[in-house]
Design a binder for this molecule. Structure first.
Ligand code: PRP
Length: 178
């Protein structure tokens, strides 16, 4: 179905909600209840907000911090370099950390985040992504928890943008031609 924004719906709001609940159950079965969640901005802010509340319902009491990493600018092609544009405010040394991101694409962003947090002395670093574009991987990295696998389409909505548009859509959709 193509909606009024010209975006083809891939995962509707109910489907996302159900999957986020399942992810929270998986995470609560494997990680300590006071895990430090590191949200990679901007794209994952909607996913992270829903995941945090689902984790609470699963009996966890996670702590939260934010980091801003950017590699796309305003286009759809990944550039080669990940930039740290806003650093964490919490100390990660000795902590069990769960990195939360919206998309795992080439892998550069997640690899950068994992390396940074390991280098700062976290005792364990796990990762959770809502969407995994496995066929696009350029760096050897996988997430421990994955919401959905997606093919090589440019996705928007549920926090994910295209040139600063579409973040507010309550579902995830595909933009076929940009
Ligand atoms: C997107 C997305 C991931 C990253 C994944 O962020 O939110 O963080 O790209 O791509 P990669 O696996 O190829 O590194 P983006 O740089 O678009 O920034 P934004 O989240 O602020 O929109």
């Amino acid at each position: 179905m193509t909606n009024r924004s010209g975006v083809e719906v891939i995962f509707d709001a109910d489907t996302i909600s159900r999957r986020v609940g399942e992810l929270a159950t998986e995470i609560s079965g494997r990680l300590p209840e006071d895990v430090l969640i590191v949200v990679v901005l901007k794209g994952s802010f909607v996913f992270a907000a829903d995941l945090l509340r689902a984790l609470d319902r699963s009996g966890m009491q996670p702590r939260v911090d934010f980091i801003s990493l950017s590699s796309y600018g305003t286009g759809t092609e990944s550039s080669r370099e990940v930039q740290l544009t806003r650093d964490l405010s919490e100390e990660v040394r000795g902590q069990t950390v769960l990195i939360v991101d919206d998309i795992l694409d080439t892998g550069r962003t997640l690899a950068f985040a994992v390396d940074l947090i390991v280098a700062r002395g976290a005792s364990a670093v796990h990762s959770c992504v809502l969407l995994d574009k496995r066929e696009r991987r350029e760096v050897r990295v996988d997430a421990d928890f994955v919401g959905f696998d997606v093919g090589n389409v440019f996705v928007v909505g549920y926090g994910i943008d295209l040139a600063h548009r579409y973040r507010s859509l309550p579902y995830i959709g595909a933009v076929r031609s940009v």
